[in-house]
Each structure stands twice: as C-alpha cells, then as structure tokens.
Design a protein around this ligand. Sequence first.
Ligand code: MG
Length: 389
Amino acid sequence: MSASALARWASHPGRSRGRRIAEPESPPRTVHQRDRDRIVHSNAFRRLVYKTQVFLNHEGDLFRTRLTHSLEVAQIARSVARALALNEDLVEAIALAHDLGHTPFGHAGQDALQQCMHEHGGFEHNLQSLRVVDRLEQRYLAFDGLNLSFETREGILKHCSRRHALELLAAEPDGPARRFVDGGQPGLEAQLVNLADEIAYVTHDIDDGVRSGLLGPAQLADAPLFARFAHEADAIARGAPAALARRALPEALRRMLSALIGDLVTATAEALQAAAPEDAEAARRCPPLVGFPAPVRLELSALKSFLFATLYRHPQVLRTTAAARTVVSELFAAYRACPDEMSADFAAAADAPRAVADYVAGMTDRFALREHERLTGRRLLADLERART
Ligand code: MG
C-alpha cells in the first residue's frame, strides 16, 4: 500500500522514529518492509519451525509450530490492516517477529526458564523477542542484532515488567519501554498484531485440539463463541453427503475466523472514527482503539478460559510439559556448571546466567533434547527422538 493510501493515524514509514543506529535506507522498500525482510532472513525465524506451539513437534506433522502460528498471525493482521488502511508491512514485521523469543517446548519451557532465572533478573518472552532482534542475531558487521525500526520493536515488546522497563530505559530513554513507565498505548499496528495473535491461537488450538483427540465433540458443543459456528456448519453438513462430514470442523473454524476478523474491523473502524486521532502519535495517547465489540470480547475471553481448562491443562499435555520443564532446567544447570559446553560467544559472555538463558531460549525442541541427552546421559521425551531419526 502506498503511503498516501494509509489512514492519517497509521504509522507512516516516512515518519518512522527510525533505527537506533542510522543507516541509509534501501528504496524502493520502506523502513518497515526492510524490517520484515531482516526478520525473515534471521536464524531465530528459521528456528521457529522446530519450536512447540502447544503440541510437541513429534505429535503429528499437521500441528501448528511457532512458525506456522506466526504466519497465521501475519495473515490475519495483514487482512485487518489492509481493511483499515493501517501499515500492512509493519504489522507483518511485528507478527513474524512476535514469538522469536519463545523458548523450546512452548509455555513449559518458558515457565522453567523463568524459574531458573528467578535470582538472576528473570525471563520474559516478549523481552527476549526484543533481545533477539536487538542483540542476539549476529549478521551485520556494523552492529549486533537486526537494527530494526522503533515501530517494529515497539510491537515486539508487547508486555514488560516495570523493573525490566526501567532497565531498558536506562540504556535507551526514548525506547519502546517508555510506555510501560509513562503509560500510553503502542501504535495501532502493534495493538492489531496483539489481537491477531489471539484470533490465530484460539482458532488453531481448537483445530489442533480436535486433531490430537484431546478435545471431543461433546466438549466443543459447549465451547463459548465456537459452538455457534459449529452449529451452523453441522446444520449444513447434515444435508451434505456423508463423505463431507469431516469438513464441518474446518468450515466452523473458517466461519469463526472470518467473523472475528470482521468484528475486529468494524469495531476498530468505529473507534477510530469516534476518536479521530490526528496522527499515529495522537493514537498512542488514546485508550486502545483496536478492539472487538464488547460482547465478542467477553465471548473470546470465555473461549480462552475454556481452552485453558480443557486443552492446555489436559493431563496428556501436562505429562509432556513436565518432561519439557525438566529438560530446560537441567540444561540450565548443566551450562551454569560448565559454560564451555555452550558455543563460544555464549561461554565468553560477562553475565553468565543471562548467557545461559539466551542460549537455552534460542534452542529448538529437538536441539534441546539432543543437548540434554549429551550432557545428562538421559533421554527424555524419547518418542520425539525416534520421530526425528
Ligand atoms: Mg503468538
């Protein structure tokens, strides 16, 4: 979309707050297109394909990984951005980078690393995503990290504790941590990716939950929000040939996805018209303007609680997460004891616990398992190892 077609409250690439280290730009790409390209070519982005979203890699080839999740978030965010004349390139960059800081093994890995880092400054995955693009990627002779624009970095730093925000501000007073101290919202594109993330995971986790056999039809009949679309799809499927019955679920999910995107576009367009911010800076000073209609927001939050209770806390998921937690915490202990077991730059780092956290967080599920076996002699989640060979 050309800059002139953007809404006045969108983040115009020509008015970017820029990069931390000034660089000549690269026309005809905008600053945000270039951010997106840098993210796609990063090592951390390629590792997302072997990182768990909810189900571990070995549990089936059709389950989402962090990579396919990130692509789905980008698709949803771009659709909404285009409909609202927001900056499509910027939402794509943020979406593709939003999970770069995730540990192996999804939330289990994140919980374990948080525990390990409790005495050493903590671990937050949003902050880690920013660390990846600011420091840990090493592809440029002139600087560490990818030197992304302020707007992309602002979107990546979705949450941040006050303590960490103050640390970031000390190094970068006008950086993206400022709003966690002063208040205010991130740009509209960052707000949008946040909600695109929610739309993506509630939809695909139902799909993966059914595929895994952990979510059954009886449970789904009572699922908030989704049940409505399931009934619509079932009614159509009843009149269709029996061979089409298995298409009822994707049909219901597709309808829910479209409805959520439509609701988000409508409610946000109304909020923007009502608030009529002068520009992107003024939009940051408004209450959140990207959002769902209130009843949909409530249903969505009920659906998230439903997924938490039925899927994320399912005994079968918890069994694998317990093993994953052990892998991460034992890796942390092993590298703390022998830093030379890590690759050289990490072994030489001044802040030893942080270097171990960075090293472990960057791992794919399968590399973490291999390293765990090498260092402890024990094979956990051995079925994953079998699937790999
Ligand atoms: Mg996500």
